[in-house]
Design a protein around this ligand. Structure first.
Ligand code: HEM
Length: 532
């Protein structure tokens, strides 16, 4: 060091030249960073400045970067942070990694650690453990009694909770007040409570009533909030270097503390529920029977190699995984669906026409307070093709799970020739896929349900490597049809009976999370739709 310093002092022109070189390189990178949308790879910090500079619009900035890089780019994290990953929105890569070469890609131990709130459950399992759990889940989800019980639960919670809650809000009692008739509600919060009530009842066969009129002003139960907190923390763990969030976890501060509290809330609740059922079963009651998720999992023959503790943990991980899979994604889908309808009134009008033509199939339900409302169940909505198309179009632009992630278990090459060394994390940006001209055409940014309809008005099928919202290949979503039914049942009930208008000044934008929640919620005015 001393020798270098004396050399620099003896030959100052070297020092000046070195300084000029460093400054010019820095300047060149800075100009490139400003001009182009592809992230610049800075010395030491890698592409982290791109993330920090775009924190307010991470998904759109990532989409722009992918568009400019031809759909695939290598994201460089800070030096020594082991945070490099391959980012892609190329349907051929999706097909290759998630379907045809599925065995070459795992979720990976890093992912399981980042998403440890679901324990060793299906959502993070790999290899033999995944195959075993997938088999159990596919059997449970495929049980006709389970499916019809979940569909009944969706319609029941819509009639007894969602519609009365909004009816009360429309009468001006929904909190938030304000002029213009009707009442103001935060719609994403309403969906969070509703979806909690649906998934809770289908998992545990008990009513939580988080959306009851009586609970309107109470905070969402800790159990319900926990899944959302965990999703935000999972993204945080993806963005910052692993040593950083591990340190925060060790210190139990910041987002890691919130995550620990969320996990404790989930554990306390689910383990208590399991213990109660077990003791009722031991006492000879039929409490463990039924077609709810926990009962079906408890009835599954126990693996002889499993201890009682491991069995309880398996039940806990399965129930928590179900709440993750089934709850927050529906909330995000419903919220963005109503955002799209509020900003595309002509689509709303077409759905209403369709629902009116199906009016004879609706069930009329009393909402208390002397009011009556029409509600459609999943059978009644079988023929609502335009509604279905509008839901798919929302999911294309606002996929509830905006990213999918895998790790290469061996060296591989993507169809476009990109080399994937063993251990590389590959992140599929599903959000960007919905906004690529090369995939959906020049009008890909438009909300146009018609793109999903054939000439005779039938819903068009799109291959899952192009529309990967429910994943693609052997790990595809097991609850796709149930999820779509839930969205349509809730959406039809709301649309048919109420007008929903965005409250002025409420900017609705995506939050940085592994689930596409909104950043600040969505405040809307609810009015009764007298003309219905
Ligand atoms: C709009 C609603 C939904 C969307 C967009 C959605 C999307 C997805 C996606 C992207 C995955 C892959 C996750 C991964 O591997 O990282 C997945 C998996 C899964 N989903 Fe869904 N889902 C929805 C609703 C549901 C519902 C309602 C259920 C249950 C009733 C459900 C059950 C599952 C299960 C069990 C898996 C795990 C499959 C496996 O790893 O083998 N999903 N879903």
């Amino acid at each position: 060091m001393g020798a270098l310093w004396s050399l620099a002092l003896s030959y100052p022109e070297f020092l000046v030249a070195a300084l000029c070189f460093v400054s010019l390189s820095g300047l060149r990178l800075a100009v490139r960073a400003r001009r182009q949308r592809v992230p610049v790879n800075w010395p030491v910090v890698g592409m982290l400045p791109f993330v920090l500079a775009n924190l307010g619009r991470l998904l759109d900035a990532t989409t722009d970067a992918l568009r400019e890089s031809g759909c695939t780019l290598l994201f460089r994290g800070p030096w020594l942070a082991r945070a490099d990953f391959l980012l892609t929105c190329d349907p051929a890569a999706v097909q290759h990694c998630l379907a045809s070469n599925h065995g070459g890609y795992d979720k990976g131990r890093d992912f399981a650690e980042m998403f440890d709130v679901v324990g060793d459950g299906l959502l993070v399992a790999d290899a033999a453990s995944w195959a075993r759990q997938r088999h159990v889940a596919a059997t449970v989800f495929g049980t006709p009694a389970f499916r019809s019980s979940v569909l009944r639960t969706m319609a029941r919670q819509t009639v007894r909770l969602l519609v009365p809650f909004l009816d009360r809000a429309a009468a001006g009692d929904g909190g938030g007040g304000g002029g213009g008739g009707g009442g103001v509600v935060e719609l994403e919060d309403v969906f969070m409570r509703y979806s909690l009530d649906v998934s809770y009842a289908s998992a545990f066969d008990a009513d939580l009533d988080a959306l009851s009129v009586a609970a309107a002003d109470a905070p969402v139960p800790a159990f319900g909030q926990a899944t959302r907190v965990a999703s935000e923390s999972a993204l945080f763990r993806h963005i910052v270097p692993a040593w950083w969030w591990r340190l925060l976890r060790w210190l139990n501060v910041g987002p890691e503390r919130r995550l620990a509290d969320a996990k404790a809330a989930l554990d306390e609740f689910v383990y208590r529920e399991i213990a109660e059922r077990k003791s009722r079963l031991a006492a000879g009651s039929q409490a463990g029977e039924g077609s709810n998720l926990l009962a079906l999992y408890m009835a599954w023959p126990r693996d002889p190699g499993m201890s009682e503790r491991q069995r309880d943990q398996f039940l806990r991980d399965s129930a928590v995984g179900y709440m993750f899979a089934a709850k927050d994604l529906i909330v995000a889908a419903l919220t963005w669906f109503f955002y799209m309808l509020c900003t595309h009134r002509h689509v709303e009008a077409k759905i209403l026409d369709e629902l009116r033509s199906l009016q004879h199939t609706a069930t009329v339900a009393a909402t208390g307070g002397g009011g009556e409302h029409a509600v459609f169940d999943s059978d009644a909505l079988q023929h609502a093709s335009y509604l279905h198309a509008a839901v798919l179009e929302t999911l294309r632009l606002f996929p509830p799970a905006p990213f999918e992630e895998k790790e290469a278990v061996r060296d591989d090459v993507l169809p476009d020739g990109t080399a994937v060394p063993k251990g590389t994390r590959v992140i599929f940006c599903i959000y960007a896929m919905g906004r690529m001209e090369g995939i959906w055409g020049g009008d890909c940014h438009e909300f146009r349900p018609e793109r999903w309809l054939s000439d005779v008005g039938r819903v068009r099928h799109e291959p899952s490597h192009k529309f990967a919202v429910f994943n693609c290949g052997p790990r595809s979503c097991l609850g796709k049809n149930l999820g779509l039914s839930n969205i349509k049942i809730a959406a039809a009930a709301i649309l048919y009976n109420f007008q929903v208008e965005l409250v002025d000044g409420n900017v609705v934008e995506p939050q940085n999370s592994v689930v596409l929640h909104t950043k600040n919620g969505m405040r809307v005015r609810i009015k009764r739709r007298h003309a219905a």
